[in-house]
Ligand binder design. Structure first.
Ligand SMILES: Nc1ncnc2c1ncn2[C@@H]1O[C@H](COP(=O)(O)OP(=O)(O)O)[C@@H](O)[C@H]1O
Ligand SMILES: [Mg+2]
Length: 343
């Protein structure tokens, strides 16, 4: 593996005051690879997948750790508005300052909420404490949050999403530069992932709606009462038949919607075929192109560490998991940063 030495484990800081020191992104000084005058582009990565318990949070944390190991400054943002738990993966108590403070406008600047974690170079914006107050943020609040994430003083922001296909989850997935669709080799996970993809696609084409005024048309073709619901490619085709210009705009949306696929908890060789298989099925059935990022093997020690409330530091990840993670991170960093999605 290349890059600087693995992040060394540190004893979590004393938690007595309940406050964590502010994240100082310049702490790592020389570790920053960005040349002085180069314009800074924060790469935002959201991790979704529809199903709970498949490892979204674990992947968010361990990917963050791997990116830090490569000398990048990373901030994890816990966007699981119903069950924030990234802090516990890092052995931290529930921080006092959380996303609630930003969403409820107690704090105007998101960077004020970035706290240090036991992994140097890895910051955390902890998840909302009062889920009821913030679990259903208004569109404007979401945009404000996403714009604020984009302005964080870091190289990468990793957004951990909640389960489900609600538009509040899907919007984060769509607005980040890269949306990683996480699946595990289980039928329910694959089903949920397809549902997630479709929900994301439908949400995404609302922007075409807005500019072409074809809301009714999309509703008409998607409703298809009593019939099998249309898949994305069929929706585009049906719209194009009625309004070729709008159809072309939808086609452009479809072509530029390129979620990344990551298979977690691989246990046996046949699981390895799932990623490519799902990409092919998504292309064939949905007309949607997924980019396959790779897989992460199931590693029992990681699971044990999480269960025992121990932080998942680099050394705990095990060789096979760390190798998989490095390959995934490498592929991710090779991808160009797409045009900013947040308006
Ligand atoms: N590759 C893996 N190897 C071992 N344990 C894993 C792996 N991926 C996830 N887990 C475990 O599965 C459980 C659920 O993961 P979590 O990240 O909380 O899921 P989600 O965020 O999708 O709800 C955790 O105990 C986690 O440690
Ligand atoms: Mg989670």
């Amino acid at each position: 593996m290349t890059g600087p030495d693995p992040v060394s484990p540190r004893t979590p800081r004393p938690l007595g005051t309940g406050r964590f020191p502010r994240f100082q992104p310049e702490d790592r000084g020389a570790a920053l690879r960005r040349p002085e005058a180069a314009p800074r582009t924060l790469r935002s990565i959201a991790i979704g997948g529809g199903k709970g318990g498949i490892g979204k949070s674990l992947v968010a944390v361990t990917l963050g750790i791997e990116l830090v190991r490569r000398g990048l400054r990373v901030v994890l943002v816990d966007c699981d508005l119903g069950g924030a738990n990234l802090h516990s993966f890092l052995g931290m108590e529930y921080p006092k300052e959380t996303l609630s403070d930003f969403v409820l406008r107690r704090v105007e600047n998101l960077s004020q909420l970035v706290i240090t974690t036991p992994v140097p170079g890895l910051g955390l914006v902890s998840g909302a404490r009062n889920a009821i107050q913030v679990a259903n943020p208004m569109h404007q609040q979401k945009l404000r949050l996403l714009r604020a994430v984009q302005k964080l003083d870091a190289d990468v922001a990793v957004l951990d999403l909640g389960a489900g296909t609600h538009y509040n989850v899907v919007d984060f997935f769509l607005q980040a530069h890269h949306g990683i669709l996480l699946i595990v080799p289980e039928p329910t996970s694959v089903e949920n992932a397809y549902r997630f993809l479709k929900a994301a696609f439908l949400r995404r084409i609302r922007s075409v709606d807005a500019s072409f005024g074809i809301r009714d048309l999309i509703q008409e073709v998607t409703r298809a009462r009593g019939q099998r619901p249309l898949v994305p490619a069929e929706i585009v085709r049906a719209v194009a038949e009625r309004d070729p210009e709008a159809g072309a705009a939808l086609e452009r949306e479809m072509a530029s919607f390129k979620p990344l696929l990551l298979v977690n908890q691989v246990r046996e060789p046949k699981d390895l075929a799932l990623g490519e298989g799902m990409c092919a099925a998504s292309r064939r059935l949905f007309g949607l192109e997924l980019t396959y990022l790779g897989h992460l093997r199931h590693y029992d020690q990681v699971w044990r560490a999480v269960r025992a409330h121990q932080p998942v530091f680099f050394e705990k990840l095990g060789k096979s998991f760390a190798l998989d993670l490095a390959a995934v991170a490498g592929r991710l960093l090779e991808l160009p940063v797409p045009k900013e999605a947040v308006p």
